[in-house]
Design a protein around this ligand. Sequence first.
Ligand SMILES: [Zn+2]
Length: 272
Amino acid sequence: MSDAPAPAPIVPLPVRRRRLAHESTDSYIRRLAAANGTSASTVRLWLLEQGILPAGFDRDEWFAAWALLAGGSAARRRMRDGGPRVTERALCVRCARGEDASGQLTGLGLICLKHRVWIAPYDGGIADAASHRAERQFRAELVPAGLELPSAEMRFAQRLVALSVTPRWIAAHHSAGGTRSLPAALYPSQVAIASALFVRDGLHEIAREQDGGNLVACTEWIAAHIDRLSPVDEPWRAGALLGHAARTCAGLDTSAEFGHRAITNVLERLSR
Ligand SMILES: [Zn+2]
């Protein structure tokens, strides 16, 4: 038996906070500490000094201590790591009641449907009906197909739209769509393109027709259909660039693996 005094029991912090939907554990801990006038690092030192946390503690031990500090329902709800931090971003400020919170918003696009505002960057802009429809389409159609905002497919669609719009078009969308950031202005067209290319038809159709397909056929199909896929004002920009890229790449690598990843490579070459 050791004579070392037993560590003090953890009692809940005086100010409670509810964990928000989609909020990451790290964000919750940060917010809870701030509400109690302290910080996670100060609490960590105290826990070490009290012998509650052992030196070299792991994340499970860290979260277990915070579950007790949080008290209430948070203690019953197991606190744990959220997994790969691929989509950690700010939560809707209104959902967080004005506090600074973040989480892994898998399955969510750029709009909070509850509050009708753009999530990131949150700037108070109210999303219009077309943007709302895009958000619903993203959640209902693209997410079940395995696409998320950081996916290569979504980034590709965004680049394609960006190639096809002018500053005048962006300004018009800022005033009509309640948007104040470029990703928000591009979002409805981005969703439309991603849906057409990667979910509904487009590349999948070509893949069947071409029996394995090739980069040129795929890219030229996009160039020919860009104006049908997306409400942009200068589709020829994307079409011309993609057509040029297809011809260039055909001379370099005709055996390129078919598919959107090859096209993404084309755009990455273009954007360098
Ligand atoms: Zn919200």
